[in-house]
Design a binder for this molecule. Structure first.
Ligand code: URA
Length: 421
């Protein structure tokens, strides 16, 4: 088979055969198809799309490029994947909560890129915590603790690792077929029996509106069903940051508040909504709200952090500098744009521009007010946290026009917009 023939087929709007897909994905992983050829093919797919059948086959080929993990048979396994947002620390309370309800949660997570945060970056702000585990360590922790949040093992969907890095530098990330196959190849190879997808819609998300989020959610669910996974998707609002904390250590602190029975109402609401969906898919009839209130989820969190070398009692890093943004007038905070806050947190050092950049554990934005909150002139609205004060002017520039104070409260958007099963 020839890479040029495969590229020409897609370039001219044709459908790729199963043989073409299997060959090109496999050969690219082995280094027999060059980056420039795969770039051309990715652009042809970006421009002409892939059918559901092509997308499912592409996903299968990416799964088959590496290992497929299996877990101890004692408990049902279920995972959650979020398409990424601002202040989205839900995995932190959710994984131990669902595990405390009796379901094993193997969650192989990613790092942040751009204005969206990454679960591993947040957890790494806990002194001693280790993201990289072997498959045997993950299996052992699933048996003893019930929840593992860690980096993907190196053998998991290597085709996607290579292709995603290529898409990142060739303007071919924002393509539903490629995003869906990328996410699902990793999630299916990870070996959980069920998966709940949290597809974000809004300014802080990949998908800016509900229609595009729905299209992605449908593609993700269809691939899961095709591969025999029990799968559902919640489309959730990402026009406002989730919770009050955006960054790394600040988000861990907020997640711990939730696990100890406090925390912002929206974080608690989404954690419980996703937990209910995960438990339903796993066939476990337990009320997660009661388990959260009992403190058992917090105990599981402590065990999960300790098992990965972290100290759940250690003080979290504090920033060297805090700049407070205050209300210019009294009224009600009417908007707080997720993207503006995400970009500000990123510029303060909480995120990275390139995969290999380090992040600051203590950097981020603490939203002292959220839409609907009354504010008085001079009162703090946002706390900008960083170790590099030079970053503050550009963070402030990102926030310009990103929040407003009005006389009356804004209409409340529901957090969970749709559920697809
Ligand atoms: N996340 C992924 O894992 N892959 C994509 O293509 C986009 C987001």
């Amino acid at each position: 088979m020839s890479a040029v023939d495969v590229i020409r087929t897609k370039r001219d709007g044709g459908g790729l055969t199963d043989e073409q897909i299997d060959w090109v994905v496999g050969a690219y992983t082995r280094g027999e198809v060059a980056d420039e050829q795969m770039s051309a093919l990715a652009m042809a797919i970006f421009l002409n799309g892939m059918t559901a059948a092509e997308t499912a086959r592409w996903t299968r080929a990416m799964i088959d490029s590496g290992e497929r993990l299996t877990w101890p048979a004692g408990r049902p396994t279920v995972d959650k994947h979020s398409t990424g947002g601002v202040g989205d620390k839900i995995t932190l309370p959710l994984a131990p909560l669902v595990a405390a309800c009796g379901v094993a949660v193997p969650q192989l997570s990613g790092r942040g890129l751009g204005h969206t945060g990454g679960t591993l970056d947040k957890l790494e702000s806990i002194p001693g915590w280790r993201a990289q585990l072997t498959t045997a360590e993950i299996a052992a922790q699933l048996e003893t603790v019930g929840a593992v949040v860690c980096a993907p093992t190196s053998g998991l969907a290597p085709a996607d690792r290579k292709l995603y890095a290529l898409r990142d530098v060739t303007g071919t990330v924002e393509c539903v077929a490629l995003i869906a196959s990328s996410i699902m190849s990793k999630k299916i190879a990870e070996g959980a029996g069920a998966l709940v997808l949290d597809v974000k819609a809004g300014s802080g998300a990949f998908m800016p509106d509900v229609e595009s989020a729905r299209e992605l959610a449908r593609a993700l669910v269809a691939i899961g069903v095709e591969h025999g996974l029990r799968v559902s998707a919640l489309i959730t609002d990402m026009s406002v940051p989730l919770g009050r904390a955006v960054g790394n250590a600040v988000e861990v602190a907020e997640a711990v508040d939730v696990l100890r029975g406090g925390g912002p109402a929206d974080v608690v609401e989404l954690t419980l909504a996703l937990a209910r969906e995960m438990l339903a898919l796993a066939g476990v009839d337990v009320d997660p709200a009661r388990v959260l209130a009992s403190g058992r989820a917090y105990d599981t969190w402590r065990a999960m952090i300790t098992a990965q070398g972290g100290d759940p009692d250690a003080a979290l890093p504090e920033p060297a500098h805090v700049h407070t943004v205050t209300a210019r007038r009294s009224g009600v905070l009417s908007t707080l744009d997720a993207r503006a806050v995400g970009v500000a947190a990123w510029r303060l050092g909480a995120g990275r521009a390139r995969k290999e950049d380090p992040v600051q554990a203590a950097a981020g934005v603490l939203c002292r007010a959220k839409p609907g909150d009354r504010v008085t002139a001079g009162e703090p609205i946002l706390e900008l946290r960083t170790d590099t004060p030079d970053a503050i002017p550009s963070a402030l520039a990102a926030l310009e026009g990103g929040y407003a104070i009005a006389d009356s409260a804004p209409e409340r958007t529901p957090l969970v917009l749709e559920t697809l099963r």
